[in-house]
Design a protein around this ligand. Structure first.
Ligand code: NAI
Ligand code: 5RP
Length: 297
């Protein structure tokens, strides 16, 4: 099979490598020429524009977009559109909002698959977990590529119609936020609790048979091993947040309670600046109780 890959960053390059390793052909394009050269070194046919990429593809085009969610997807789709027809399939493997994917699926003349991708760059060796939405025939047509990019046939499935793949990935990320928060809180208590503990050893022990073992916990173990028991100079600041925000917005729309995911998202936002609410609470305790106000140096 032949696949066009657009976007050759941390994730797209892995798509290229895994599809090539499975014996398929890849045509690769990125706005960054260095990334195209890297894909060519790996064995892909380099393209110097989207028009060049489609010209190098067979009649029934299969194109995987792995560019940042948002404007880059719309820009790529609008450049591709004049070259697409109903026999072609475009896959968006990024973290797009599911409603944007439904819109794009309706706008393009190709069949559009929204594909939630989990595993991250660290999952390159093992393969990803892929959650796909869109027309069934298009999903079936791309199974050889999904088999290659995922951990294998068990690592991908069609979740439902257009939008369903990115919807499932959005909720996956909400769960990811809550799990990270839970591990963070547990280790914070251990780090500040009654015993002088080796947190890497705790994580290692938990990762071997404990109820709470997981890949995220393995990453906790790795973090303590590489940064030290007190996490060294790792800042009290968590970036990201869009997929968690979408999860909470959707939960509000559906009137489904998601307090853990919401709390984890709030903690992220709270990590980004001085907490005005805590400063005010500090001052209010003086107001009602004449408790001493803690002041910055
Ligand atoms: N990094 C991660 O852990 C994961 C990322 N994702 C999603 O995958 C998508 C890609 O993420 P990364 O690979 O991490 O990003 P990245 O920033 O490493 O790579 C994006 C690539 O797209 C290229 N690009 C941007 N606009 C383009 C355009 N119009 N045409 C062609 N190339 C263009 C950039 O030059 C860059 O090489 C995003 O939607 C991200 O949210 C999904 C799961 C995990
Ligand atoms: O999808 C992912 C992991 O599953 C990406 O790493 C994503 O960037 C995580 O979301 P956020 O940037 O909000 O932390």
């Amino acid at each position: 099979m032949q696949l066009g890959v657009v976007g050759l960053g941390r994730m797209g390059q892995i798509v290229v490598d895994r599809v090539l390793a499975a014996g398929h052909d890849v045509v690769a394009f990125d706005v960054d020429e260095t990334a195209v050269a890297e894909a060519a070194d790996a064995g892909a046919q380099p393209a110097d524009s989207l028009a060049d990429l489609v010209a190098r593809l067979d009649d029934q085009k299969r194109i995987w977009l792995m560019v940042p969610a948002g404007d880059a997807i719309d820009a790529a789709l609008s450049d591709l559109e004049p070259h697409l027809d109903g026999d072609d399939v475009v896959i968006d493997g990024g973290n797009s909002h599911f409603e944007a994917s439904v819109r794009r699926g309706g706008e393009t003349s190709a069949a559009y698959l929204d594909c939630g991708t989990s595993g991250g760059p660290a999952g390159a060796e093992l393969g990803f977990s892929l959650m796909v939405g869109g027309p069934e025939w298009a999903y079936e047509a791309c199974v050889p590529v999904f088999d290659a990019v995922a951990t294998g046939p068990n690592g991908h499935a069609r979740m439902g119609p257009s939008g369903a793949g990115h919807y499932v990935k959005m909720v996956h990320n909400g769960i990811e936020y809550a799990l990270m928060q839970a591990y963070g809180e547990g280790f914070e208590l251990l780090a500040n609790g009654r015993y002088d503990l080796d947190l890497e050893a705790v994580a290692h022990t938990w990762n071997n048979g404990a109820v709470i073992r997981s890949w995220l916990l393995e990453l906790c173990e790795e973090a303590f091993a590489e940064e030290g028991n007190d996490l060294g100079d790792v800042a009290d600041h968590v970036a990201g947040g869009s997929t968690g925000t979408w999860t909470v917005e959707e939960a509000l729309t559906q009137e489904v309670p998601v307090p853990l995911i919401y709390t984890a998202l709030s903690e992220r936002f709270g990590s980004r600046s001085d907490r005005f609410s805590r400063r005010l609470a500090n001052r209010l305790r003086y107001g009602f109780g004449r408790h001493e106000v803690a002041r910055t140096e």
